[in-house]
Ligand binder design. Structure first.
Ligand code: ZN
Ligand code: ZN
Length: 339
């Protein structure tokens, strides 16, 4: 089969490798689509360490089951699935209590184990979540990003009428915006410098603020009677936008640090946290339940993933796809590699 192997940073080639077989408890999935996320770019550029090279990259993926191993009872050949890309041990205290995203022995497809920039991938059966026919393989790749958004909302628990600001309107930021709207927040301020992303946020029900035209902190304060929002969701991963989030949240409010970047954030101001008693929340990955909730909401028509895919590439062009997200991240929402 064909697969994209990373041999060293930036050295990614599509090569012929043996097709995996279904070990006991595993299934082989014919990969249909894989979206690129920031983690893939971090691995590709060497900013995120990989325990072994070469590795087949790729992890935000959908496909069709083509082979089931011994002992697999819940899945059949022909099932359409989205893959939970997190690896977890299922035996530790975290896994036993459902917090598999925090498993100390955990890992990620396309980093600790081979991933999905390939025609086939072998995965444990519990990594598969079935998707209905109404969700396309391409759109289904966004269910992974959506699952991480659902995970974070489990912690912030929006109640109707709360005010929310979402800084950054990439794919994850837009999903944060939409989930805040359907959770009953009012208003939800969508903030970015890209007008075309704000146009999408508007269709999601947000009040838009163009950070290239106005100071977003002043705009949010003014729109909230000088107080600030109950919840600010930072979905960029920069020190400047984290500072904005802390400045636009009300005293006693919550900042969700959702945008992740491997680089350290400079100028973190602990005094602002102290002075306003800000709650700063982190959220990592997702647990299987988050996929099921996300699929239910998308299938029910409340969350349209269609707007999110801006670029499509073939497996043979995967390097071009990674270069696009690496060099011009603001130009794209979801970049999908179709296998
Ligand atoms: Zn990812
Ligand atoms: Zn574990």
């Amino acid at each position: 089969m064909k697969a994209a192997l990373l041999r060293k940073p930036y050295d990614l080639r599509v090569e012929e490798v043996p097709r995996p077989q279904a070990a006991p408890g595993h299934v082989v999935v014919n990969v249909k689509a894989t979206a690129i996320c920031g983690t893939d770019v971090g691995i590709y550029t060497g900013k995120i360490a990989v325990p072994r090279l070469p590795v087949i990259q790729g992890h935000e993926s959908t496909g069709e089951i083509v082979e089931v191993g011994r002992g697999v009872t819940d899945y059949r050949v022909g099932d359409r699935v989205v893959l939970n890309s997190l690896i977890f041990c299922r035996h530790c205290a975290y896994c036993y209590t459902g917090k598999v995203n925090l498993c100390p022995s955990g890992g990620l497809m396309g980093r600790e184990v081979d991933g999905t920039f390939a025609e086939y991938v072998s995965v444990p059966d519990y990594s598969c979540i079935k998707i209905p026919d109404t969700i396309s393989y391409e759109d289904g790749t966004s269910l992974i990003a959506l699952a991480t958004v659902f995970r974070s909302h489990e912690k912030i628990r929006i109640t109707p009428g709360e005010t929310v600001a979402v800084i950054g309107q990439g794919a994850a930021g837009l999903l944060q915006t939409r989930l805040s709207v359907i959770s009953g927040a009012e208003p939800v301020f969508a903030i970015t410098r890209s007008q075309w992303k704000l146009d999408i946020a508007k269709t999601y029900g947000a009040t838009i603020i163009n950070a290239g035209a106005v100071d977003p902190v002043a705009a949010v304060r003014e729109a909230t009677g000088g107080i600030g929002v109950d919840l600010a969701i930072e979905s960029v991963g920069s020190s400047a936008t984290l500072r904005q989030a802390m400045d636009m949240v009300r005293p006693g409010g919550t900042v969700l640090l959702f945008g992740i970047a491997p680089a350290a954030m400079d100028n973190f101001n602990g005094y602002a946290m102290y002075y306003k008693e800000i709650k700063l929340i982190g959220s990592k990955g997702m647990v299987p339940k988050d996929f099921h909730t996300g699929i239910k909401v998308v299938a029910g028509g409340k969350m349209d993933l269609h707007h999110l895919i801006t670029h499509r590439f073939a497996l043979s062009q995967v390097k071009d796809a990674l270069d696009l997200v690496d060099k011009r991240p603001g130009d794209a929402l979801r970049v999908v590699v179709n296998v």
